[in-house]
Design a protein around this ligand. Structure first.
Ligand code: DP6
Length: 390
């Protein structure tokens, strides 16, 4: 039996991918840029084992059996990596050997945090390790066919996914713009919002946007190309103010298009809008742009903030969004924030807008991170080809 175990990060888009020009190959109508998040706080972990004795391909996700052969996206990723392996030659075992795959997310899938991006990136990266294919840009074109945003999770730091112009998608790749070391103090607070409503998933939401929104074409052809240029320059220059404004405007535009879709898709809720207001009030009260929000296809607010500004921002969040569990480790997850700093509250302009209690479920403090990596065999999620007991 041969096996490999790897870990891959989540990424959060600054200029959003929304809309496909080819549903099957997952080719987008516009470029996007994201930041990869540190795998310590949020990541997918996957083991793939190949053995002569396995009767069929099998997969377990968070300990539960999931369909394999009739999952078109999964099969496309597997076949893509196997094609590369064949082209590379020198295989240690025949490609006909069946696979057992176990995958876990170390964060709640139900929280609506980009789990498919980390999951497919991890699957493709782990298959590549198993078949001994070195990291290369073709792997990003394969991960893209699992879930579009997954291609960006194959790199660390800031990453641009190029829409490409070829019909076969060969130039729709993810490229690393800068490593995490370029802007190491870029942190993020994820405000996980209580929400019970059923959402239209990203895949369906962006499909109906392309079919029915008049605004989306203008975004893709005119707004995004310019925004991508400006954001690349802001990232290179570590210009937080410009970075923040572009990010917030792009998030707002994604949700404007969601609303322009017919029937409309509504992802943000009242708490999300309270977070938007809070960030603008906060930046005004401190007289400088120190935080930027972005929202994906869900109500959770992701706030970009530099390391040195995390503690005062968090203190202001605690004032504006009071919570009974505020001081507990279950409420404040991820990188610890020194408690002493929490007392330095910048509340001017914030204290007047205190929201009702317990609107947030919890907060995750994380930061910019590196791309996927292989783990040692002791970290395997399979024992004798079967998943570890839960
Ligand atoms: C709002 O990558 O989940 O997070 O390609 O259909 O699997 P599929 O969609 P997915 O969409 C992500 C949309 C987004 C924006 C982004 O990550 O760029």
């Amino acid at each position: 039996m041969y096996s490999a175990t790897c870990e891959a990060p989540v990424n959060m888009a600054l200029v959003k991918y929304w809309g496909k020009r080819n549903e099957e190959l997952i080719l987008p109508i516009n470029d996007s840029i994201s930041m990869t998040l540190d795998a310590n706080e949020m990541s997918a972990k996957t083991t793939v084992a190949a053995s002569e004795s396995f009767k069929q391909n099998r997969m377990w996700l968070n300990g539960e059996v999931v369909p394999f052969e009739d999952n078109a996206r999964l099969m496309r990723c597997l076949e893509g990596v196997q094609r590369l392996a064949l082209a590379n030659g020198g295989l240690k075992f025949p490609l006909s050997w069946k696979l057992h795959i176990a995958s876990y997310n170390n964060f709640p899938t139900a929280a609506g945090l980009a789990s498919s991006a980390a999951g497919y990136a991890c699957l493709v990266y782990t298959l590549a390790r198993l078949y001994e294919i070195p990291m290369n840009e073709q792997l990003t074109t394969i991960a893209r066919q699992g879930s579009g945003s997954a291609c960006r999770s194959l790199h660390g730091g800031f990453v641009q996914w190029h829409r490409g112009i070829e019909d076969d998608g060969s130039d729709s790749i993810a490229e690393q713009l800068v490593t995490a070391e370029h802007w190491p103090n870029m942190h993020m607070l994820i405000l996980v919002v209580n929400d019970a409503r059923k959402k239209t998933g990203s895949t369906k939401g962006m499909q109906s946007a392309v079919e029915t929104s008049a605004l989306i074409q203008h975004r893709a052809t005119t707004i995004v190309p310019q925004r991508i240029k400006e954001l690349r320059t802001a990232i290179q220059a570590r210009d937080f103010k410009t970075f923040a404004e572009l990010t917030m405007r792009d998030s707002n535009q994604l949700h404007a298009i969601a609303l322009d879709t017919y029937p409309p898709c509504i992802y943000m809720n009242d708490v999300s809008h309270a977070i938007v207001n809070f960030v603008h009030d906060y930046n005004e009260s401190v007289g400088e742009v120190k935080a930027a929000y972005t929202f994906d296809a869900g109500p959770n607010g992701c706030l970009y903030v530099l390391a040195e500004n995390v503690a005062p921002l968090l203190a202001a969040i605690q004032v504006a969004f009071p919570n009974d569990a505020q001081q507990s480790v279950e409420y404040l997850k991820g990188i610890p924030v020194p408690p002493i700093e929490l007392k330095k509250v910048a509340t001017n302009g914030i204290a007047e807008h205190v929201n009702p209690k317990n609107l947030l479920k919890y907060i995750i403090h994380t930061k910019i991170g590196d791309g996927p990596r292989q783990l040692s065999d002791e970290k395997s999620l399979l024992i004798d080809g079967l998943p570890l007991p839960k």
